[in-house]
Design a protein around this ligand. Structure first.
Ligand code: BDP
Length: 617
């Protein structure tokens, strides 16, 4: 047997990984096309080459790839080429493109929506950006790198090594739930396929020299009025004027050191809610004398979210979440951005009567949140921190904390203005030891985890005090960690991983745990995961595990237990659709089959059952 300590000592020797400096706002705002700004989506066929010997940088592959093949961007590389499916290492993307000549005189940026995991960008042979972590955007200014008479050569390297110090950790010396047994190969610490590549669009965009760099909107309700607090950050310490326009309400902005703040009162407000997802454009402009020099428009929904006692309130009224944990996952595309799938998924959420979902286990695309805003779907926005293990060395834990903090900053910066985002979720199923509830955890692991999550909780509240915060806890995990958060989210599998086949006993165990958690913590509880693997088309009477009947009966028990307890703020079935995992003896055909829809979105019996329960009102 290999000694886990070997891995830890290797980590100690490695230099810390680099990424963009924390706090950088470049590329935070979603690029827009308007009278002052331009966008140029570079989606399409790019050159691509795997670099298993890590020779590309030395051999200047950022100029020319020696033996490229064509790849689709955006897309995971894994299901496009047989030799890339389980590939671990570095891979290169390259394209050439003319920057539109009408952009001369503007500032030009390149923005990558999501590159999983470590990424470097070169423009015309110069390294312009480095970033760590999939799922969140980053950008680099390339104005000075452009030759207006030649096409720009853009090269992007993406590397996906399952290193233990990353988040999510590709491997964990202490082991964990999904190491070995569940998702055997490729080995991961989590239960989904480790897709890699350029997962979202690469966009070139231009903005005026002095421009709006960030906008933060906070909304409140005061009687029948709404209030929209707007904070605008402009570049270069701008100290001129601007304007905020929201319907018929207009206010002047006076910038000092690049910052302007204004509070807009909206009489007879029409609050944003799932029933009435009312959005209205907020237009921010910069002015130079009478001339408008930049503009940025944001759709704003006025609403409040808060926890009071053991209730979760939306616009001051208790809300019960119905919905799912999801994945960004589809055949061929893998985790690559898929707009038709996104639209279809929202249609199915509406059909089944779901009002919400969690972005398990990483941030989803910006378009997913734009659509949620428009359709009135409530989103629990989760970071990539899945399966943190506090039995690993202090050194590893410290390095993961750094990654978690970066990801949280980037996530909140990106998503803070979406009315659909009602809760931040800082982690999924952290563990104090190899297997939850089995013991063997170092005595300090729970304490260390508490310190870790306190830091993350405080960080979220410092960045955004308008939304409650949660953590999705594993079965048997420490209650101390749950107690730090505003909403107690629990993933529970009574009737599947434990008490399999014994649904009465499972329901009793769930009820008992819900009541005791409520008594201990007095906070709203969300059942953030519960589900059974179900082979579509497999039936039995009486219900047996893996059949469609069993999935229905299992879900019925959980819904009944939740509905009779007003402190249960919601139920999120695991999972919306079947999704790809590694290969292993618990994942037939390399799929987690807990979906109520199949991977290609055909309803199982459970989808009809949920519809009958959730569409009653
Ligand atoms: C939970 C995890 C989730 C898994 C699920 C399962 O949060 O990622 O896919 O269980 O086992 O432990 O199906």
């Amino acid at each position: 047997m290999r000694d886990a300590r070997d891995d830890v000592s290797k980590v100690k020797a490695a230099p810390p990984e680099r990424s963009a400096p924390r706090g950088s706002r470049v590329g935070t705002l979603q690029p827009r096309q308007n009278a002052h700004r331009n966008t140029f989506d570079l989606s399409g066929l790019w050159d691509f080459q795997l670099d298993p010997k890590d020779e590309g940088e030395g051999a200047r592959w950022f100029e020319r790839l020696p033996a490229p093949r064509a790849i689709a961007v955006p897309c995971s590389w894994n299901e496009l080429f047989d030799d890339a499916r389980d590939y671990v290492g570095l891979a290169w993307y390259r394209t050439q493109v003319f920057v539109p000549s009408s952009w001369r005189g503007e500032r030009v940026f390149l923005r990558v929506g999501s590159a999983n995991y470590a990424c470097k960008i070169w423009v015309n042979g110069e390294l312009v950006a480095e970033h760590l972590g999939g799922h969140l955007p980053f950008a680099a200014e390339i104005t000075e790198r452009i030759s207006w008479t030649q096409p720009a050569t853009i090269a992007i390297s993406v590397e996906n090594k399952p290193l233990p110090e990353r988040v999510p950790a590709g491997s964990s010396p202490a082991g964990g739930l999904f190491t070995g047994i569940v998702g055997g190969y490729p080995a991961t610490t989590y239960d989904f396929f480790p897709y890699a590549g350029l997962h979202r669009s690469v966009i070139m965009f231009s903005v005026p020299r002095t421009h709006i760099e960030d906008v933060t909107v906070r909304t409140t309700l005061e009687g029948s009025d709404g209030r929209v607090d707007v904070s605008v950050l402009a570049t270069d310490g701008h100290s001129g004027a601007g304007r905020a326009r929201f319907g018929s309400i207009e206010a002047a902005l006076r910038f000092r050191d690049g910052v302007a703040e204004v509070s807009l009162r909206v009489p007879d407000v029409r609050p944003w809610s799932p029933r009435d997802p009312h959005l209205q454009p907020l237009v921010i402009t910069l002015e130079d004398g009478q001339r408008e020099t930049d503009a940025y428009t944001l759709d704003v929904g006025i609403r409040t979210v808060e926890v009071r006692g053991d209730r979760l309130l939306l616009n001051g009224e208790p809300i019960t979440l119905t919905g799912f944990g999801k994945h960004e996952d589809f055949p061929i595309h893998g985790r690559g951005f898929d707009l038709p799938l996104l639209v279809r998924d929202y249609e199915l959420l509406r059909w089944v009567g779901a009002n919400s979902y969690r972005t398990s286990h990483y941030p989803y695309s910006e378009e997913a949140l734009d659509l949620a805003d428009r359709l009135g779907v409530l989103v629990i926005d989760e970071t990539p921190a899945v399966s943190l293990n506090f039995a690993d060395s202090g050194e590893l834990v410290a390095r993961r904390l750094d990654q978690c903090q970066r990801a949280l900053d980037e996530l909140i910066a990106r998503d803070k203005n979406h009315p659909s985002v009602i809760l931040w979720c800082v982690a999924n199923e952290p563990m104090a030891g190899g297997s939850p509830g089995v013991g063997g955890a170092p005595p300090t692991a729970v304490e260390e985890g508490s310190r870790f999550f306190r830091v993350l909780y405080d960080q979220v509240r410092a960045r955004d005090a308008t939304r409650p915060v949660t953590l999705a806890g594993v079965m048997g995990g420490p209650v101390e960690w749950l107690s730090i958060f505003d909403v107690v989210s629990i993933n529970r599998y009574y009737g599947w991983y434990v008490l399999g086949g014994r649904l009465d006993a499972a329901q009793a165990a769930l009820a008992q745990e819900l009541d005791s958690l409520h008594q201990k913590l007095g906070k709203p509880i969300l059942i953030s995961e519960f589900g059974t693997d179900t082979v579509a088309g497999s039936h039995s009477q009486p219900p047996e595990m893996w059949t469609e009947e069993y999935q229905v009966e299992f879900l019925r028990r959980y819904l009944d237990a939740a509905e009779s307890r007003p402190f249960v703020a919601g139920v999120h079935v695991w999972n919306f659709a079947d999704f790809k995992t590694g290969q292993g003896i618990l994942r037939a055909a390399g799929l987690n089959q807990k979906g109520v829809f199949t991977r290609d979105r055909r309803p199982k019996m459970a989808a009809h059952f949920l519809r009958s329960r959730w569409c009653r009102t």
